[in-house]
Design a protein around this ligand. Structure first.
Ligand SMILES: [Zn+2]
Length: 150
């Protein structure tokens, strides 16, 4: 039996575990298409061919029937604010500079999706408000979704 020796790196890059955004490329996720679509302004997820369950987050295997025959569906870009709150203290690393900010649950195409709600103060939001997708590009080129009042 042979072993490959692994050298300790000179510099340890800090730390992916504290990065709340997923790694998006094909090497790191089998749902990299989600991010490709998102980059194009499309909010997509997977749906099961066998049992028709709409899955969130996008998956490669159905969480209900375990089928891997899934297809991509467009959720649209507008939803409804189902619940929300404001983060005033205790934001995680990487978000401290944004405090205060709003987070919410957006109802879109029958799914309930948690996301940041940008561009509005807590006092300006109401349950039932129409919200629309906002694609945020991170400094390293990755993209992620948030919502803003429509
Ligand atoms: Zn299924």
């Amino acid at each position: 039996m042979t072993f490959e020796r692994v050298k300790r790196p000179e510099v340890i890059k800090l730390p992916t575990m504290l990065d709340f955004y997923p790694l998006e490329d094909e090497r790191h996720t089998r749902v990299s298409l989600f991010f490709k679509y998102l980059r194009d302004g499309r909010f997509m997820t997977t749906k099961c061919k066998r049992c028709e369950k709409l899955l969130w987050p996008p998956r490669v295997v159905c969480s209900t029937c375990l089928s891997d025959e899934l297809y991509w569906v467009d959720l649209g870009v507008e939803g409804e604010l189902y619940a929300f709150t404001e983060v005033r203290l205790g934001a995680p690393l990487g978000f401290v500079q944004d405090v205060p900010f709003c987070v919410g649950i957006v109802k879109i195409s029958g799914l309930l999706i948690s996301a940041r709600i940008d561009g509005a103060k807590y006092e300006d939001l109401r349950i039932g408000d129409r919200v629309k997708l906002k694609v945020v590009e991170l400094e390293d080129g990755r993209v992620f979704y948030r919502f803003v009042k429509a």
